[in-house]
Design a protein around this ligand. Sequence first.
Ligand SMILES: C[S@@+](CC[C@H](N)C(=O)[O-])C[C@H]1O[C@@H](n2cnc3c(N)ncnc32)[C@H](O)[C@@H]1O
Length: 301
Amino acid sequence: MNIQSTNHERAAVSTPHSRPSALINRVKVTNADYAFIRDLIYAETRINLGANKRELVAARLGKRLRALGIRSFKEYCQRLQSNSEDGEIYHLIDAISTNHTFFFREFNHFKFLNDTLLPQFDAGKMGDPRSFNVWSCACSTGEEPYSIAISLAERFQRRTGVDWNIQCTDISNRVLHFASKAVYSEVHLKHVDASQRIRYFQKGKGEHAGSFRIRPELRERLSFQRLNLFQNPYPWRAKFQVIFCRNVMIYFDRQTQEELVARLAEHLAPGGYLFIGHAESLAGVSHPYKTIQPAIYQLPG
Ligand SMILES: C[S@@+](CC[C@H](N)C(=O)[O-])C[C@H]1O[C@@H](n2cnc3c(N)ncnc32)[C@H](O)[C@@H]1O
């Protein structure tokens, strides 16, 4: 499914940023129900819920059960078990995945991009100097790849002849739908400075007052598609100069992290960089990268 945004719909979109109310649903999750959901989530996404996330699962799935008119987790598990073709697994993944993100999160990465990585690219040290490709591989609601796009637009407007693109992927259809609309409320823009707001966002008018949409010339640099990091193969032909894989590995066990970073390396240009979340680390994980700074790794050139 490629959901690259082409329409110019301005309607405010329902926000995946909101958390389910603590008051909704306290339907009992038995050991057997929890084990079933935990194992299914692991098999599909490699997200490791562990033993202690039962309350979280109950809270996050309560709304879904009500929408389906299902009154118990047992019945919900039976539905997942008996009808694997009805797409319910996507709703389950949407409900369980944690999508928290914000513009210019972990600013150190953006500073490194501007001060070190892009000058290396300009100096011809990172593959084809005419094409700069980025992959935001757990892009959530889009704040990460649009922050990258703003940084690249600022850089490449001063330098012609570089075709730059950002591939944006996530396992959750819900967040991809939100991201491809590119509409944010003012509260989401608190880390975007005033001049960037003017240059890269269109201010909503009338019924859309208070919302901001990324300008089309920036949106057209991004492509959104669903991609499970554990699907095989990945759809890419070109290599990336940088892969942002931030705040997703934290949900995976060590063996899974090892498998993932090895696969990502196959899609980096020589000298290309992998950015992971600052709360994550490859310590104890065997990998092919040089450690440059905390949360910044480079494939040998
Ligand atoms: C906390 S968000 C991180 C967003 C952004 N990278 C950041 O650092 O702000 C984690 C994202 O990882 C996605 N995710 C979890 N498991 C995944 C998998 N197996 N394949 C692809 N995306 C996955 C979730 O849907 C979620 O949107």
